[in-house]
Design a protein around this ligand. Structure first.
Ligand code: SF4
Length: 60
């Protein structure tokens, strides 16, 4: 099972990950994307991670 994390020190809150996979990512009131779930049956989380402009998403 994959392990998804967002580096809060580099995330700029652009919301791209939430747009790509709202099942897993949510930009909250602190302006940082949070991980709500470790799995999504619809989206490739590694692809979402590659879209992050500041490379904050790690999928292992
Ligand atoms: S795509 Fe990257 S920078 Fe943008 S909200 Fe998601 S984790 Fe943060």
């Amino acid at each position: 099972m994959s392990k998804v994390s967002v580096d809060a020190s580099t995330c700029v809150g652009c919301g791209l990950c939430e747009q790509s996979c709202p099942e897993v990512f949510q930009v909250q009131g602190d302006g940082i994307a949070h991980v709500k779930a470790q799995f999504c049956g619809m989206h490739d989380l590694k692809e979402v991670a590659e879209q992050c402009p500041v490379n904050s998403i790690k999928v292992s």
